[in-house]
Design a binder for this molecule. Sequence first.
Ligand code: OSB
Ligand code: MG
Length: 376
Amino acid sequence: MLNIDAIHLREINMPLAHPFETSFGMTTSRRILLIELESEGLTAWGECVAGEHPYFSEETIDTAWIITEAELGPRLLDADVERGGSCPKIFGQVRGHRMAKAALENAVWDLEAQVKRVSLSELLGGTRSVIPCGVSIGIQPSPAHLMDKIAAELAAGYQRIKLKCKPGWDTNIFEAVRNRWPDITLSCDANSVYRMKDLEDIAEWDRFNLLMIEQPLWWDDFYFHSLLQKRLETSVCLDESIRNRRDALAAIAMESCRIINIKVGRVGGFSEAIGVHNIAEERGIPVWCGGMLETGIGRSHNIALSSLPNFTLPGDVSASSRYWSQDIIEPAVTVSDKGEIAVPTAVGRGFEVQRDRIDALTVRRQTLHAKARVTA
Ligand code: OSB
Ligand code: MG
């Protein structure tokens, strides 16, 4: 039994080292909800990946805060928590709010790993000692800026370049990049900006030999993606559309995609992420771990998840320094010149949380306490 004594919610504000632009907007600074669990002298952490605005999904940091405080936190404190995998049932009555649920559930897995004295990777069923890394490069002020960024990331060793795209920053950009780098592993991510009227234009991209086209159409769609996938040589990858195992089953059965991006926050926590991973693996669909501009806490959890066997494609899990001038963990996440991150073997998440640094960044906090336990 994991006796959780208190749940601390914190909002930290962290400026990004570089602005990040997608088809849904520009992010220059992040407001992040961190969860800290206290349990019999141990502390465990979770990070909520919801953004400031409901542009990627319906959730925001503010909805996550409210639902954690009013619903999820009290349920967790009242429940008999055996392990991280107990959380989906504990939260089951609450619909949606998957990023809020994931922050708590992942913290419980972090705690369970510490109690069992194993690494988080081992607890999740990881088998890799290193994970292959790619980068997601935002829309840039000019093609020249983009070329410089790509050159720098390739020089650093990253194994796959993903370009954020949107109408006006797509065919022309892929053309320019392929002219300079005909053979690199290249993909793109549209974050749901295209519509069926764009189908012929998207079909033209087959000539760029992209590893995948990520979430080209509506954020909640399977059917139109299946029509698009039938028209393409290139694999479609779904991100936003995949909320759970059933979505993965539906998308695979309908041939809406040939690759799945797993984001642990988007699917509601490690239990569901492992479930999606297993469903994809059994059906020959490769997966990779998406990123949400996480701090080192969420990043350490993504590294552990990426060590599962079917994470065969390079993920968007990259070095701390690409995001932050100073991360909130020690050591910072680094990537080797082969474009790999070593999976920690130490007990728990394998990175120390820098509480002083977090305190300095905190703008809001709230503590939920467990009721006094009756001990038999
Ligand atoms: O679609 O993968 C996405 C960031 C915010 C919201 C959505 C996405 C992203 C990224 C960031 O691509 C990847 C990273 O963390 O490096
Ligand atoms: Mg994406």
